[in-house]
Design a protein around this ligand. Sequence first.
Ligand SMILES: Cc1cc2nc3c(=O)[nH]c(=O)nc-3n(C[C@H](O)[C@H](O)[C@H](O)COP(=O)(O)O)c2cc1C
Length: 451
Amino acid sequence: MPARKHIRLSVNLNKVALLRNARHTNVPNVLNFADIALEAGSTGITLHPRPDERHVRRSDVTLIAKRMRPLRPHKELNIEGYPDSEWIKLVSKVKPEQCTLVPDAASAFTSEKGWDLTASQMTHLKGVMKKLRTFKTRVILFVDPGFSAFEKARTLGADGVEIYTGEYARLFTLGKHAAEIKKITSTARRARELGFDVHIGHDLNLKNIPPLIKETSAYVSEASIGHELTADALRLGFSQTVRAYAKALNPNTPIPEEGGYDKNPLHQFKKWFAETGTETQPNAMILATATKKALPSARIVFLRNQDTRGFTFFTNYKSRKSRELSENPNAALVFYWPTVARQVRVTGAISRVSKKESAAYFSTRPRESQLSAWASEQSFPLKNPESLEEAMHLLRKKFDGKKIPLPPHWGGYRLTPRECEFWQQGDSGRLHKRMLYTKRGASWKQEWLAP
Ligand SMILES: Cc1cc2nc3c(=O)[nH]c(=O)nc-3n(C[C@H](O)[C@H](O)[C@H](O)COP(=O)(O)O)c2cc1C
């Protein structure tokens, strides 16, 4: 059996939207539930806009895509749906990390039948794939357990399959699910052998996930769950429920390291970041700075972007950290992810990102956060907290109905790493592994450190 890997949970918000649609008050607010799900450890959000908009609406899709922008692609947006021209128009606009194609008729009550890849479906899907390939997205085909037309799926250029688990869930309630688990497992195994991503979804819940995961965890990389999770959330609370589902999918965290470490620590970081699983704020990092006399100070900031250039965060350019950085551009970062028993330490030089990059990020922030960036003279003495409310009130008036521009004193910094250390707790809390990367010209030296 291949090594176990982390199974991503993509929370489907359709049923939260269904409840919202029962009134004209925007309660519950689907955007807030996306925030809660992501904070509680969901690695993505699934939205399935149906033509009649009885669950999420097309406008929800664009709003959630925008809200998730700073977190993507670490946190993924998955848009499900029957690929008609309206749906394709929508996904082409928001460019989700993943598209899950279902063969539902517009009138379908729910998605309970996968693609058979008949000749007419193939003709349709070939055209669809051509359009989806104009932007980068993972394409998943919804299929039934027992699906075998993998060659056709390959011809289409699909990246993976989502195996329908509704029948398994039905049989589970009758205690007659053993054969269905076997069927799902052999389909999942075959798909993996052929290099397809394997997802599962439909009516999965805290009771029926464990026996299915026990057999399929080596093959499955993602579960998309909505209805049962939302029903459980009525009892347990949304955040608590998302955590419970993420844990049910990954009962054995911490995750063992799979394969070797990447040669580049920035790629290794991406990999570990994607495996933070149920961590509530994996992008919260300690930033340590020092004055020119080497007097240190530290605080938490959010990582907003990470690529091969380094680690980016945003702040006030007149704050204490910024003053220290202008005197001494060396800094250190620490990430701590207790649920997977990992720590990452980074040191390096810091420089400001371009105004354009700061403005692009600033425009994705909620309006109130944009206003507070204008209102707060970060790190300076304040008469009292109420005076900030007054400033906010005046700014709300000033910018009423207008786009809020990037404040001149606000923007991003990028830390270009010189050293990165990846720390993984050992079994029973002993013999931790420490991998240190040190920059040597254009490449990286790698060495183990004693714990
Ligand atoms: C979880 C968390 C995330 C934070 N993220 C940021 C951030 O991204 N940018 C920021 O300027 N401050 C952030 N803060 C506030 C900082 O910790 C700090 O109070 C502020 O930046 C002022 O620090 P300074 O006086 O050392 O400059 C965050 C605080 C917490 C607890």
